[in-house]
Design a protein around this ligand. Sequence first.
Ligand code: PA5
Length: 449
Amino acid sequence: MLNIELNIDPIFDFISKEEVNELSRNVAEAHKALVNGSGRGNEYTGWLTLPTDFDKAVISSIIDDANYIGSNSEIMVVVGIGGSYLGARAVIEALSHHFPILMKSRKAPLIVYAGHNISEDYLSDLLDVLNEKDYSLAVISKSGTTTEPAIAFRVLKKHLESKYGKSEAARRIFAITDKSKGALKKLADEEGYKTYVVPDNIGGRYSVLTPVGLLPIAIAGFDIDQLIKGAQAAQQQLLNTASFDENPAALYAAARNALYRNGKTTEILVNYLPSLNYFTEWWKQLYGESEGKENKGIFPAGVGFTTDLHSMGQYIQEGLRNIFETALLVKDVRRELKIPLSDNDLDGLNYIAGKRMQEVNEMAEVGTMLAHLEGGVPNMTIKIPVLNEYHLGELIYFFELACAISGYILKVNPFDQPGVEAYKNNMFALLGKPGFEKQTSEIKKRIGK
Ligand code: PA5
């Protein structure tokens, strides 16, 4: 039984139950198309059965490598962007201590990220740190040709080789890429790096449960068996039926599409725990890249409350009424901290003395939802029992399946991303990449150079 509780009832202050129920046919068709492999982009639906299809030998090898890296590295640099970065970071940050860098008792290597920007300062600062620490490197790129991670990897490979020598550096580099194509695969073969495969039938943003996410997550010290077990449980329930009663992913897909059809074009994923901020980033990529095409799609935004109630809260309460919220809630936190009593009560907080902070956070959750409903913002909640590997595995599968169903309801291909090429082509033309000569002269005219 899935441990995800979806509550869409508060949206019925704004739309009728019939408007959601009317979508049950579209949802059933989408679900069937996914299961039968007859929908758009069906060559990229390998993630659907990945949790139960997973090769156990790959998991063992990842765990062995994680132990090896843990024995010789204080830092693991994970190089990747988009789907080759966000899933791992989402899970690692959800499960990690909030201040790992300051924790002397940390057991696993500290994970740091590179190749997700082109900032010269960022990479230079990272090199300062790496000069002083033992480290290893995982370079992750399905295509093996993405510019941002390729630049970072070129710089870091040189640094690692000058620090350890070529052959030890090769033992410290792990490449996760296509099984046969791309520059990274060729380089990895030539240099003798340990490689893991991103399956052909799984696109970047659906790849967190492949070695793309699992290797960094295991290196960070988390239990990837439990993560997969959670996803397996979700697969077994959610692939089996499209009925709203038993499939909350189907109901979530229907509810958000019903709201979209009523002019609610922005969905804000809300969390109340800072450790979920990168989970929101992963969700934003999953939904934004899957649905935002052909001039359609719900715009996925994210906020971390109560922090953002002191910034975005004003807009959400009283701004343009084209938004709805989905609050991702966690019943139990991992730690316990009570608000102390104060002798003089100068801050006026004695009325909550003795209460756990989580209790106050829960009242903020309820109070905020009621305020936003009154302000004209439909709300849904998705609740899991606690942040651990198993429930994150369930949640990942839940959101992936809901996203694919939702994309099919919107009648887009949820597995391609043609729009991300536009900036790349301009950047290549501006940088004078061989093969882009025509575009270079055109773009220079456009910007007056
Ligand atoms: O979801 C996607 O497909 C993208 O976000 C890619 O993951 C991202 O562009 C990185 O691509 P690659 O793994 O080929 O370097």
